[in-house]
Design a protein around this ligand. Sequence first.
Ligand code: IPE
Ligand code: IPE
Ligand code: MG
Length: 243
Amino acid sequence: MFFGKKGEIDTNNIPEHIAIIMDGNGRWAKKRGLSRSMGHREGSRTLKKIVEACYQLGVKYLTVYAFSTENWSRPKEEVNELMKLLLDYLRNAERELAGKKVRIKVIGEKKKLPAEIIKEIERVEKNTENIEGLDFIIALNYGGRQEIVEAVSKLVDDFGAGVLTEINEDTISERLYTKNIPDPDLLIRTSGEMRISNFLIWQLSYSEFYFCDVLWPDFSETHLKDAIKSYQGRQRRFGGVKC
Ligand code: IPE
Ligand code: IPE
Ligand code: MG
């Protein structure tokens, strides 16, 4: 295995798909005596930098967990602030990414989102659909279990309608939000929590996990490269044997 020069990442072994659980905005704000909303605002800035860094590194797919199906249980003001930030993010996405080849896709149960967000999602997805470069996937009102429920429900319908004759891993994968997207190679979670919190529970079966203590607003390109370096030192076996 080639590791590149000491301290550097091997540019020939960049994970094709990186998934990130962007966690720790609230604690970042609390440490500074700020409102949780300020933490989310700072987290949104970090996201812009990390999308750019992934693009420059040649990552093909980046999936970020922005809002879970469980996050609705947070105080109403916090949910409203998160929706507002997400709306701003989507509205400004193309301007922010100008000159870069980035296709944006949102995964999750979209119909339960506020109408203005649904409209922005449709607009930005349509505007970027033919771009080939980095596929940037935002998990919004996303829950892994919800995704499987929807897939199984489609499966049952298709089976009943005779469109489908076999139930296997492929026919399930094809009915997930992540249809046509390869499984993540590397999952990063910030803030020291070591759980997946209902994120991509099907797709992460053989991903490499990287947990770091840094709170999301403090996560930088250097931390991203540390995660990639760790990934590059792993031996992926997929259940087989490697000498
Ligand atoms: C992650 O930060 C952002 C979202 C879940 C939307 P948190 O808001 O979960 O921050 P902590 O975990 O409370 O610090
Ligand atoms: C997961 O973080 C969801 C997002 C990052 C959007 P949470 O902060 O909601 O997860 P738990 O509650 O700590 O498991
Ligand atoms: Mg959290």
